[in-house]
Ligand binder design. Sequence first.
Ligand SMILES: [Cu+2]
Length: 116
Amino acid sequence: MDKILVTSVGVLLIGFIYWFFFGKKEEVISGRNIKINVEGGYKPSVIKLQKGKTAKITFLRKDKNSCLEEVVLSEFKIRKYLPMNKPVDIEVTPTKKGEFPFQCGMNMFHGKIIVK
Ligand SMILES: [Cu+2]
């Protein structure tokens, strides 16, 4: 019984350490000319924008996975098709502060826009 307890605590601890060091690693990009690589997800996946300022976000899809062929920015009512290896510009003007997720058309890959 003791051994099971020690083992499960150990597994939880390893899980926590892993999450702490690797899970939170998110690349952040800010400015008004944002470039996002779409390859196995969105890189960087966190975009910081300023409220009231128009920013251009350029998505470049390099991933054949059809899962990533569409990007959805629901807060901005944008749904765009991303052709392979062709940059697609999306202009957004955030009108309120907060965190707004964006994702692929199937809601499998995620990123977020943080407006300050
Ligand atoms: Cu998808």
